[in-house]
Design a binder for this molecule. Structure first.
Ligand SMILES: Cc1cc2nc3c(=O)[nH]c(=O)nc-3n(C[C@H](O)[C@H](O)[C@H](O)COP(=O)(O)OP(=O)(O)OC[C@H]3O[C@@H](n4cnc5c(N)ncnc54)[C@H](O)[C@@H]3O)c2cc1C
Length: 411
């Protein structure tokens, strides 16, 4: 590597900022340019639906780096700037102010965007989406005084914001289209556990129902569902999932299939272009398939892995996906992966009623994913060891809290 090289990173959020940090830590002395469409320096999003939304976490705690870090590490931070095109032949990106920026290596980390709710009335005042710190602040203003909140979508954003709204004393109704909340991530068994967590705290969780419209006159007044029921609402929170921001890659002729297609070193078909974070659909050798992960740890670790690969290091990104959530006093960590319905059974160990237990998803006798709820002594480490170990496990021993998980991981 010569000192004259320029590495450009598109997307100044967790994956992009961690990539920039890794480039410097690995000794890259060339130019690093981090371009971000938002005007905030890179920050982490998990607090936006949890501690920051409920007013327990300070704003200056959400940032990935201190404000001075970028100048100290000679990382050029271009904020409020969007990359509008990639000229692969000329090895340049085009910015929304018309400038062009040459690159030797390019990292695409533009993340994902909320899926819009496509029903009449979705543009009324009082309908909220949650992706940015500004969204979180507007939502906090809307729910902090109580009122009637309808959450459209029973995924992670929906369930976490439902918990936040309950903590402000709001009357909360969650409408989810599948038979269980969080079903596409956890399946129906553990999804049902989360439905009960919310019902136990006074939320009305309506499942197998779709939002068909939002009524109001300028401002939202009610939400209608596909059974003709009208639910009064002062605030509507849309949690309808996200879609990867693949437009740039598509325009540049890179392979896109549910995200930007990359190999296990996070490289696209163009040897000078990489992708990481929510946008990357990466081949994971642990599961033998491509997986796109929309979680914090994947942005953190993927950004670092992509940076090392950009420097020419041998990189195999084969971590089991990891996710955490906090809802009320229920803290959970999940690790692993399965395609929807792609497991044979769920084995639990511990006390579901007391909301302190492990759950394991088994396929072909092997643990493909696991989670713990409020088991902070051992945490998620033993689950990841079981997944990585890849051996068959005895379900009875897996369910038995007297058998250390570490023993099962040893086979
Ligand atoms: C409210 C909320 C709560 C969450 N909670 C959790 C949690 O509890 N646990 C968990 O594991 N995960 C959680 N996540 C998911 C996690 O935050 C994401 O997986 C992570 O932010 C992905 O990081 P990223 O860097 O890939 O992309 P993003 O964070 O989406 O950032 C991409 C950035 O790129 C910018 N950008 C896009 N296009 C361009 C362009 N053309 N030019 C310049 N800039 C561009 C965007 O404006 C954005 O700033 C949560 C997400 C949200 C929104």
């Amino acid at each position: 590597m010569t000192t004259k090289q320029t590495f450009v990173i598109v997307g100044a959020s967790l994956a992009g900022a961690k990539a920039a940090q890794t480039l410097r830590e690995e000794g890259f002395e060339g130019r690093v340019v981090l371009v971000g469409a938002e005007t905030e320096r890179p920050y982490e999003r998990p607090p936006l639906s949890k501690g920051y939304l409920v007013g327990k976490e300070e704003r200056d705690k959400i940032y990935v780096h201190d404000a001075g870090w970028y100048a100290e590490n000679a990382v050029e931070l271009l904020l409020g700037r969007r990359v509008t095109g990639i000229d692969r032949a000329g090895r340049q990106v085009e910015l929304d102010d018309g400038r062009r920026l040459g690159y030797d290596r390019l990292l695409l980390a533009p993340g994902s965007s909320p899926r819009p709710l496509d029903v009449p009335g979705a543009d009324l005042d009082g309908v909220h989406y949650l992706r940015t710190v500004g969204d979180s602040e507007r939502l906090r203003e809307a729910i902090r005084g109580g009122g009637r909140v309808v959450v459209a979508g029973a995924g992670w954003i929906g369930m976490e914001t439902a918990a936040a709204a309950r903590s402000y004393g709001c009357e909360v109704t969650v409408v989810g289209s599948q038979p269980a909340p969080l079903q596409s991530s956890l399946g129906p068994e553990m999804g049902a556990f989360f439905a009960e967590v919310h019902r136990g705290r006074g939320a009305d969780v309506r499942l197998g129902r779709k939002v068909t419209g939002i009524a109001g006159d300028g401002r939202v007044r009610a939400v209608t569902t596909d059974d003709g029921v009208e639910i009064p609402a002062d605030v509507v929170i849309v949690g309808a999932g996200v879609r990867p921001n693949t437009e740039l890659a598509e325009q540049a002729g890179l392979a896109v299939d549910n995200g930007i297609v990359v190999d296990a070193s996070l490289r696209t078909g163009d040897p000078d272009i990489y992708a990481a974070g929510d946008v990357a659909n990466a081949f994971n050798p642990l599961y033998g398939t491509r997986i796109r992960v929309e979680h914090w740890a994947n942005a953190l670790n993927g950004g670092q892995a992509a940076a090392r690969a950009m420097l020419g290091q041998e990189v195999v990104y084969d971590r089991p996906p990891y996710f955490f959530t906090d809802q009320y006093d229920v803290g959970m960590e999940f690790s692993g992966w399965f395609a929807p319905g792609g497991y044979d059974s769920v084995v639990t160990r511990g006390d579901l009623e007391a909301q302190a237990f492990y759950a394991f998803w088994l396929a072909g006798g092997r643990v493909v994913a696991g989670m713990h709820v409020n088991q902070w002594d051992d945490g998620i480490g033993p689950v990841q060891d079981l997944i990585r170990g890849g051996g068959r496990v005895d379900p009875a021993r897996l369910a038995d809290p007297s058998v250390p998980l570490a023993d099962l991981a040893k086979g």
